[in-house]
Write a protein that binds this ligand. Structure first.
Ligand SMILES: [Fe+2]
Ligand SMILES: [Fe+2]
Length: 164
């Protein structure tokens, strides 16, 4: 017997994907704090999208997201360069792709005048591309590519401790 997935369940699973938890820690306090800040902003964007927020809500959220992401990506790339991370180039390319996407969304938003009256939580709303970007960051990047550098970071730290 199968049960139909309700709209409410879908919403719950999306909000679950943008919640930071200890399982996403990279064991670097500054980076964990930066990740949490972006996840928290993602949670607020989710609420706005779900409740049918308009362009006036999403425009400042995109600006804030751009600031947080740019600062975080630069910091993380410097840290990965410091530890000689082998996959830095590929990692930085993922960061660049997200920033390009963000810029495209920003330009599209700037070009929108007026807005369609749509129910909240629809993929047709202007907020959906922002949600997709946030899901790309949380599930597509932090939970996968960022988690992948954790062992290299810990090994480097343990090695440095052993040398002292
Ligand atoms: Fe990253
Ligand atoms: Fe990161």
């Amino acid at each position: 017997m199968t049960s139909a997935i309700t709209g409410e369940q879908q919403q719950l699973s999306i909000s679950h994907l943008i919640q930071w938890g200890d399982h996403l820690s990279v064991a670097h306090p500054t980076i964990d704090i930066q990740h949490k800040a972006i996840f928290e902003l993602g949670g607020r964007v989710y609420e706005s999208w779900h409740s049918g927020g308009g362009l006036d809500v999403f425009r400042p959220a995109i600006d804030k997201l751009a600031n947080l992401m740019q600062a975080h990506f630069s910091f993380e790339e410097r840290m990965l360069a410091d530890i000689g991370y082998a996959d830095l180039k590929e990692h930085a390319a993922e960061h660049g792709s997200m920033l390009d996407e963000l810029q495209m969304i920003r330009e599209r938003f700037n070009g929108l005048v007026g807005e369609p009256r749509l129910r909240g939580g629809s993929v047709l709303t202007p907020g959906w591309p922002v949600m997709q970007l946030i899901l790309g960051f949380t599930v597509g990047h932090v939970a996968t590519s960022d988690m992948a550098y954790g062992p290299a970071l810990i090994a480097r730290r343990d090695g440095a401790l052993a040398e002292t």
